[in-house]
Ligand binder design. Structure first.
Ligand code: SF4
Length: 363
């Protein structure tokens, strides 16, 4: 995999005069799309401070989360880098507000802002019913602005270069870029910065270096996303096109699946993840995600019947309409996409068949 060190141009001919930052380099000679850059860039760390000052805020708090509460790995590294950047900013007198970096316990539901505030307060990571919204009453019952690091990372560049510059990439409705976590059957998996509106197939073939084997499907949008057949691989990386197909842009997770993968088994993995990450606060999600996982377990074991598929459809409606937060509301997305685009494979599993020959082996 070709990885770009911070601040280093990826192309061999660096005579274009582009500043060392890779972001928005438009050199036509670039052999590798110049949008890719490491996630831990300097703007990421200065963006939170910029956002706080823009809002005339009194304090900033960043909250890298450690999966499963482990106090190491990426979150610890993120914390160390943020603290180092803060130390440098303070030493130069560039930090006029208190900034705290606190390591969280982790959890998918922490993407929901009220669950995040609960966790910072020291309570369970459970969402709250709204209103009040955090912008009115959030952390310590004060008006609170919550954004993820990716959003804030754009602020210094926008302040420096202007809104028109920011809008010069992406689409009219969704300008800018998106960090994409590219995995699965591609030659160069990794974390890339991609202009919004880029076809998924370009992300796989240009950024990802091509698919290993024949492309069968693309998982787009993570556990709340959609599974799209290869015929839809030209769908744009954008909010509306993905929503129209029953998915979400989400955190930008994209997984390529070749013909050796089973679509049912892949969605079973997403369903199991949602059941595991459900915080358990509301009944539809707490019970529904587990029941959906049980039905998928039966499917991959060749023990499900046609009525189970009807139950999946029914449970999907309940989860979408009755869950308290986005985790439960969007948990049916991959299930619905599977039934819509891979109905034939689902029916094969009802007959105890798996064309990829990866199911029906566990008992
Ligand atoms: S939808 Fe799921 S994650 Fe959200 S509050 Fe209900 S149980 Fe918790």
């Amino acid at each position: 995999m070709v990885a770009a060190p911070p601040g280093e141009c990826l192309k061999s001919n660096a005579s274009c005069g582009t500043p060392a930052e890779l972001t928005r380099c438009k050199c036509p000679q670039a052999a590798i799309p110049p949008w890719r850059k490491p996630y831990y860039s300097a703007p990421t760390r200065s963006g939170g401070l910029s956002g706080t000052l823009a809002c005339a805020g009194e304090a900033a708090l960043t909250f890298p989360s450690a999966p499963n509460g482990k106090q190491h790995g990426e979150a610890k590294l993120s914390q160390q880098r943020m603290l180092a950047a803060l130390g440098g900013a303070r030493a130069e007198g560039l930090c006029p507000v208190p900034v705290e970096v606190r390591l969280g316990g982790g959890g998918y539901v922490l993407g929901e802002e009220t669950a995040l505030i609960n966790a910072i307060h020291g309570y369970r990571s459970e969402p709250l019913a709204r209103p009040p919204f955090p912008a009115v009453s959030g952390l310590n019952a004060q008006p609170t602005v919550i954004n993820n690091a990716e959003t804030l990372a754009n602020l210094p560049d926008i302040v420096r270069n202007g809104a028109d510059w920011f809008r010069s990439v992406g689409t009219a409705e969704t300008p800018g870029t998106k960090l994409v976590s590219l995995a699965g059957d591609v030659r160069q998996p990794g974390l890339y910065e991609v202009p919004l509106g880029t076809p998924l197939s370009d992300i796989l073939n240009v950024w990802g270096g091509g698919v290993q084997g024949a492309l069968k499907a693309v998982l787009a949008g993570g556990p709340s996303g959609s599974i799209l057949p290869a015929a839809l691989a030209d769908t744009s990386l954008d909010v509306k096109p993905l929503q129209d197909l029953g998915g979400v842009l989400g955190a930008g997770g994209i997984v390529a699946l070749n013909s050796s993968r089973c679509a049912v088994e892949m969605v079973r993995g997403l369903v199991a993840y949602n059941a595991r990450e459900s915080c358990g606060k509301c009944t539809p999600c707490r019970e529904g995600t587990v029941r959906v996982r049980q039905l998928f377990d039966a499917l991959v074991q060749g023990k499900a019947g046609a009525s189970d598929v009807e139950t999946l459809d029914y449970l999907s409606d309940i989860l979408a309409y009755a869950s308290l937060c986005g985790l439960g509301q969007m948990a049916p997305n991959p299930v619905r996409a599977l039934l819509r685009h891979f109905g034939e494979e689902v029916r094969e599993h009802l007959n105890g068949e798996c064309r990829a020959q990866v199911c029906h082996e566990r008992d």
